[in-house]
Each structure stands twice: as C-alpha cells, then as structure tokens.
Design a protein around this ligand. Structure first.
Ligand SMILES: *[C@@H]1O[C@H](CO)[C@@H](O)[C@H](O)[C@H]1NC(C)=O
Ligand SMILES: *[C@@H]1O[C@H](CO)[C@@H](O)[C@H](O)[C@H]1NC(C)=O
Length: 367
C-alpha cells in the first residue's frame, strides 16, 4: 500500500492524535449583482447536458441524468423542504455526514441533501463543481428559496468554483459554510508531489499550492465571498498549511470580502490541537455552523464567537453520541484509505483547465 500519509481527509488518523476579517481591498468593490436564475428547466431523465440556469453560467459537460441522480435528500428529491446542501471532501462521499452533520442539521429542522460526485471527489474539481452547481440550482428550483451550502475540506473548493463559474448559483445559495476549506492551496500537497508520494490524484494536485486550478479560481474572483461565507479553520490542521494567525490572508482557508467570517479556532481556543479530521464532528465547528445558519447576516462575525461559550475541548458536538462520533471518524479513515489507494486509479497529473476558464472575465469584482 502507498505510504499512508493521507491527504485532505484524514492525516490525523495516521498521526493518531485525535481520535475522537480582513475585508475587501478598495480595488475590488462589488460592481455586479448576481445574475438571476432564469428559465431553469430541470429534466431529470435527460441524457444531454443541462442548459445552464443563468445567462453568465458556463456550460456543463456531464449529462443531466448523472447530475440529477447524484443528489440525495433525506426525504427524497421530490419531497424537499428547508434544505441544506452538503458537499464531502476528497476521498469521501455522503458517509462523512451521515452520522454527524446530517443528524445535527436534521435536529435543527433542515432537510439534509448532499452530492457525492463520482470516484469520491478524487478526479477533477471542475467536474465536482458541476455536481454542486447543478444541485444548488435543482434544489432551488424545487423550493424557490435559497439554501445554505456546507462543505468539508476539498468540497469547499468545488463549491467556490461553482459559485464563481455558475453565477446563477449565487441566487440559489443563501450562504456558504466552509469547514477546513483549501481555498489558497496547501503546501502539504508539495510533499506528495516531491517524492515517492506521486500517487496523488487530480483533485489533490488542484488543491496544492501553485496549481493552475487555484490560480484560475483567484483570477476570476473566487478568493472572495460570492455569498455570505463562514470559513472555519485550525492552526494545527495537519492537511492544510499554512494556517497562520487570525485575519491573515495567507491562510489556506482565508476568504476575502465584507460578507465573510474567517473563524480561526485558536483565536478562541489557544493551543487547542484541532486536526483536519476533527471538523466533521467537533463541537466547536458545529456551534459556529449553527450560529452561521441562524444569523441574520448569514455569516459569523468572529467577534460573536466568544458569546457562544464553546468549551475548548476536542469533543464531538452536543447531539452526537460517542458511537456517532466514532462512525464519523471511521468515515475519515475510509476516505483516507481511498486517497492512499489512488494508485489503483492511476497517477494523474493536474487536469487541464476547462476551455471556458480562459474566456471567462477576470476578476469579476464583488465585495
Ligand atoms: C416528505 O417528508 C416528510 C418530512 O419532511 C415526511 O414526513 C413525509 O413522509 C415525506 N413524504 C413522502 C411522500 O415521502
Ligand atoms: C458545545 O458547545 C456548547 C456552547 O456553544 C456547550 O453548551 C456544550 O456543552 C458543548 N458541548 C460539548 C460536548 O463540549
């Protein structure tokens, strides 16, 4: 088996240690309103690519049936009310959430939906993003109401890519909550590229510092909030580095913009050794998520975190049993082993950028 220095989902399994706002620069003021969702016809059984919902959206290249069939909702896709969309990390599927956020968010009254793009998000993030964009617009078309979207790890970059290149999703998405999002790329990926660890897959290379994917995301404005955004991250993340101090724009998980709350855990819990695998069950990340969902601003201002009185521990969220937490943790182990076994899928270099990227306007400015 490939060396188990695992990536994007569960390095901490190997390390075994945790079983368990800077606002926009003046140059980038918002100039455009998000285009509306127009004529968003949904054809669940179509084997053609769907027509994008918005006039500024890029084209899909996955057949609509595949996109549609990839959307899973707790009460069925024909019976959605008060939805939230969850997007897993690299190497993972819906199992990341089944025993964790799905339970917690159901208790908050949400109808939990998720996407689980093929090959556990290990392929091209640009394709993963198509699943996210389509799901946001499809669910919106059923309820006529904007819905929150939450991602873990590499899923967050797929969400931000969807919001960047399918502007109609900025109408469909009410807010974005990112648990350990690799928006600026992680240097840890470099370690994998450097030596014998070159079994890294397409999406991992795309989320490594210096990738074409991340440069494109940034140049099109995807390093800023398109919708109210809460980004929660940890100084001691063993997969995403660097994650320096609060409000440091060089952090992997930093998102710019006046509607972003960058929640740096150690600002509130100095020294708390939160690892990457902790985010899908830790009480801290869940309490901040819960505040983001209930806040009228639709994101968490870090100065409102102390009032939550979250104990500085590594416990699972209140509402999850010890067994639930063990199952969520097991899902990160499974994800990690899928990442480790990517040699089975063959070695992939960074996927080429889709042709739409070059022609898409640069720096679509927003706040
Ligand atoms: C629709 O979902 C609700 C829960 O929101 C459930 O009680 C009901 O049985 C579901 N109806 C159908 C037809 O599945
Ligand atoms: C989670 O945080 C809340 C405060 O936001 C606190 O009341 C609760 O006791 C905490 N749960 C655990 C398991 O630490």
């Amino acid at each position: 088996m490939a060396p188990l220095h695992l990536f994007f989902t569960a390095c901490s399994v190997v390390l075994g240690a945790q079983a368990l706002t800077v606002s926009s620069s003046a140059a980038r003021r918002h100039a455009e309103l998000a285009p509306r969702v127009t004529g968003c016809a949904i054809n669940p059984t179509s084997t053609s690519v769907p027509t994008p919902c918005g006039t500024s959206d890029v084209a899909y290249d996955v057949p609509e049936k595949d996109l549609y069939d990839n959307i899973f909702c707790a009460n069925g896709v024909d019976n959605i009310s008060n939805p939230i969309l969850l997007v897993p990390g690299i190497g993972a599927g819906g199992d990341t959430y089944t025993n964790g956020y799905q339970k917690l968010l159901t208790n908050l009254g949400y109808d939990v939906c998720y996407v689980s793009p093929p090959r556990y998000m290990l392929d091209d993030e640009q394709d993963n993003a198509q699943y996210v964009a389509y799901a946001l617009n499809m669910i919106y078309s059923k309820t006529n109401a904007a819905l929150p979207v939450l991602g873990y790890s590499g899923g967050n970059a797929a969400i931000q890519w969807a919001l960047t290149f399918w502007p109609s999703t900025r109408t469909s998405a009410k807010q974005f909550i990112a648990l350990a999002g690799p928006f600026q790329g992680t240097i840890i990926g470099k370690v994998y590229e450097a030596g014998q660890l070159d079994t890294t897959t397409g999406s991992i290379r795309q989320l490594t510092t210096g990738s074409k994917f991340l440069a494109a995301l940034k140049s099109k404005g995807g390093d800023y909030n398109w919708v109210p955004t809460t980004s929660i991250y940890s100084h001691t993340d063993d997969v995403l580095q660097p994650e320096p101090g609060p409000n440091d724009p060089s952090a992997v998980s930093f998102v710019g913009g006046s509607r972003t709350g960058n929640v740096f855990i150690q600002q509130f819990c100095p020294g708390l050794p939160v690892l990457h695998s902790g985010f899908p069950f830790l009480n801290f990340s869940y309490q901040v998520t819960s505040l983001a969902l209930s806040s009228s601003a639709k994101f968490v201002d870090p100065k409102d975190v102390p009032a939550l009185n979250i104990p500085c521990n590594l416990d699972g969220a209140t509402g999850l049993s010890t067994g639930d937490v063990a199952k969520v943790f097991a899902s990160t182990v499974a994800a990690a082993s899928r990442v480790a076994d990517t040699v089975l899928y063959g070695r992939l270099s960074e996927p080429d950028l889709k042709s739409y990227v070059a022609s898409y306007p640069d720096n679509a400015v927003h706040d």
